[in-house]
Design a protein around this ligand. Sequence first.
Ligand code: HEC
Ligand code: HEC
Length: 317
Amino acid sequence: MFSLFIMPALLSLSACSQSGINKKVGPPPLFVSSTDPHFIKRGQYLAEHVARCISCHSERDAEVFSGPVVAGTEGMGGQSWPLSGGHLGLLTAGNLSPTGIGEWSDGQVLYAMTAGVHKDGHALFPVMPYPAFSQMTESDAKAVVSYLRTLAPVKDDPIPRRLSVVSRRVANRWAASPLWSDPPGLKDILAQGEYLSRTAGCTDCHSQQDDHKVVPKLMFGGGVAFKMSMGTAISSNISPADGYGLGYWSEEDFLNKFRAYREPAALGVEAGPGAPNTVMPWFDYAGMTDEDLKAVWAYLSAQTPIDNEVTQTWIAH
Ligand code: HEC
Ligand code: HEC
């Protein structure tokens, strides 16, 4: 009797001292990152050009339109997001380099990325797009973590987040075990485009949301406002609506819009007082392959046109 009673007590004690277990989601998976260069290369492509890990978790140049990542700060963290829309607090993206998450197990990093659980067990607020990353393929998510393990150490100690009790509860509602999706078929260009648009956040930023969920009837209709330091950026209608959206665009127009950010001239377009800026991470996506951009184009062109005219994409404060 006694021994039966004492065993669980000891077990729960050891679970506490490890901490890190989120009661709702459970323990992180056992996973060891890979050192296979091809796999790491895939992870780097996703982290830099699709899932935007590096763009949110580095310093960005606020004086250039669309804020390219400042070289040498990759993975350093420190950018912050004041919450809005009924939420109170300030989030800070943490340091993903060895000086930040070096002590985390690979499983803990994978879990933070795809389930929204921090090493110490608390739920991350979904400004960190883990609800989208939870629908990546398991292989792609593991490739990203394997790439993060190759980042050079960059010293920074981002300030801890501040979050109201209610917002912490919302975060906890979102944290969940990853859903994982099957790899889209190589020939299924629409499925590829859907996968990329979701992982890259196009869907989230270009669709009105209700309770943090995309309103299906307004998907890709734009008009979502993002407060920045000098003004408010408003996302464009990228549904195939004639006049308001991409209805009159050709595939070539679409590709050229992104390709422009591969040119050095793009670094000369100033933001700052009096000049517009954007939250659209053009420099990240410019590094997407033409093949992937074509898949996104094909997918967007196949969506329902949304009748929503976005007249301005920048309002200065
Ligand atoms: C839109 C910006 C954004 C993107 C994109 C993003 N993150 Fe985050 N990330 C955040 C924020 C903000 C937090 C802190 C959330 C909190 O504390 O509740 C965070 C937290 C984390 C954490 C937990 C440690 C920490 O920083 O507190 C990890 C690990 C992480 N992100 C990895 C990733 C990976 C890997 C990717 C790409 C697959 C990624 N992030 C993409 C904004 C982002
Ligand atoms: C963080 C939010 C955010 C994300 C993520 C995002 N966008 Fe945008 N996007 C915007 C905003 C804001 C604008 C309007 C300002 C500008 O043109 O930069 C915009 C503009 C655009 C435009 C220009 C439309 C026009 O009429 O000129 C296109 C095309 C576009 N986005 C496509 C995409 C695609 C494709 C993705 C995903 C690969 C994506 N966006 C991801 C916020 C976002």
